[in-house]
Design a protein around this ligand. Sequence first.
Ligand SMILES: *[C@@H]1O[C@H](CO)[C@@H](O)[C@H](O)[C@H]1NC(C)=O
Ligand SMILES: *[C@@H]1O[C@H](CO)[C@@H](O)[C@H](O)[C@H]1NC(C)=O
Ligand SMILES: *[C@@H]1O[C@H](CO)[C@@H](O)[C@H](O)[C@H]1NC(C)=O
Length: 240
Amino acid sequence: MAVLRILATSLMIVMTATFVFVDAGDTNEVYSPCMDSKVERSDGFSFGVAFAPKEKFFYNNTQLSPCDSRLALSSSNSQISVFRPKVDEISLLTINSSSVTSDSSDYMVAFAGRRYAARSPPAFVANSTYTVTSFTLVLEFNKGRLQNLYWKRDGCAKCSGNSNFVCLNNQDCALKTTSCKDHGGTVDCSLGIQTAFSGTDKHLSVLNSWYEVENLRQYSLYGLYSNLRDSLTSEFNKFF
Ligand SMILES: *[C@@H]1O[C@H](CO)[C@@H](O)[C@H](O)[C@H]1NC(C)=O
Ligand SMILES: *[C@@H]1O[C@H](CO)[C@@H](O)[C@H](O)[C@H]1NC(C)=O
Ligand SMILES: *[C@@H]1O[C@H](CO)[C@@H](O)[C@H](O)[C@H]1NC(C)=O
């Protein structure tokens, strides 16, 4: 009994200490994805992901940041999710599939910043035929300022030979939308976005998590999320 109590107490202290440490480590006071920030390694970094039909991301044939009011995304029913991963850590961000509507063709764009605005190219997520559930997003910094956001793809190596998947445009492993739970199927088609950081922070420290992702061969984090198992490919079953 006493031992248990001591254990429980020290566990609480450890947890509190970790929390305080994490909290104190984040010096970035910018929480809006539509504002500029300059980060260091222990900071959190806010960015947004907007979901809409592809053409909604363009104005006069130019792709603008979703923060740009000329796109009028807010008046067109598009979904925006905001995330705040820790700089230089690998994070797996998930979005419940029910918030991604595949009634029309949905694309997503990751974005952050105002004067130093960066946005990713639109990535196909889902339509009534196909749903793509796993993505890797690289956030590239220069001296702590976001320079670039891009989707890292590794072809369809991870789903080749798996009959549950279809390879779209030689780059994305897609499930049939009818196999997703909210379309009458059995698979949880929640979206997973693994983020990694590259480049340098404001003290010129090198951000390494990108290399770690490569070494982990991506997707290792998915193993922690058992509900996402079904939407993953057999190559990664070894992690579960
Ligand atoms: C649209 O783009 C063209 C060519 O770049 C430019 O000449 C025109 O002024 C733009 N129109 C608007 C409304 O921004
Ligand atoms: C998504 O939301 C639905 C309904 O709220 C819930 O039943 C389901 O468990 C959620 N899925 C995940 C992965 O959180
Ligand atoms: C769904 O998207 C795929 C891949 O982009 C495309 O080939 C297909 O025509 C689309 N289907 C519908 C019904 O929009």
